[in-house]
Ligand binder design. Structure first.
Ligand code: CMP
Length: 161
């Protein structure tokens, strides 16, 4: 039996932002999630248009930095990832570190690889509820994969799987 309702099927949406792409950090960033033991169930490169950015950053649309955030997010393609695992939304946020990269803990992606608030390498869903919306925003149903991962025997204990 799983420890929470979604168990190891909880999903989170991650974006490797344009700075991550341009600085050659795609492999490094994806590797950190793989090393943590998360299952990648969706992965693609895409360009973000104004419409999707206004929806994705709806809570920031009226902020003074929105225009530069939107320009930055359109400055190159991004990688979108859907990952699955136990309490994955919280786990991914810890792996990413806090938004202000200069203050992020060493060992986190932002703490180790970035200094900026906007150019902070990754976006990650901030709640289970938002993760569900964000996964649907960036992935069609047939772009998500349900498969067994052999290493789960050693990532999770029997009562967590
Ligand atoms: P993200 O996790 O994608 O969520 C919203 C993004 O807005 C955040 O990461 C930052 O990239 C950006 N952001 C938040 N606050 C600021 C700010 N004060 N100035 C510039 N960008 C910001």
């Amino acid at each position: 039996m799983s420890l929470n309702m979604k168990g190891i099927k909880e999903k989170s949406l991650i974006i490797v932002k344009p700075d991550g792409i341009q600085r050659g950090l795609i492999g490094e960033v994806i590797g950190r999630f793989e090393n943590k033991g998360l299952k990648i169930v969706g992965l693609k490169m895409m360009s973000l248009d104004e419409v999707v950015l206004r929806e994705h950053y709806a809570h920031h649309v009226d902020k003074p930095f929105f225009k530069s955030l939107a320009n930055f997010m359109q400055s190159s393609p991004v990688i979108v990832l859907c990952v699955e695992g136990l309490n994955v939304v919280d786990a991914v946020r810890l792996v990413c570190g806090v938004t202000k990269a200069y203050a992020a803990d060493p060992g986190s992606i932002r703490g180790d690889l970035a200094m900026s608030t906007a150019c902070n390498v990754v976006h990650a869903s901030d709640s289970v509820e938002n993760a569900e919306k964000e996964v649907k925003r960036f992935f069609k149903e047939d772009e998500l994969f349900d498969y067994d991962k052999a290493e789960y025997m050693h990532v999770y204990a029997e009562d967590e799987r």
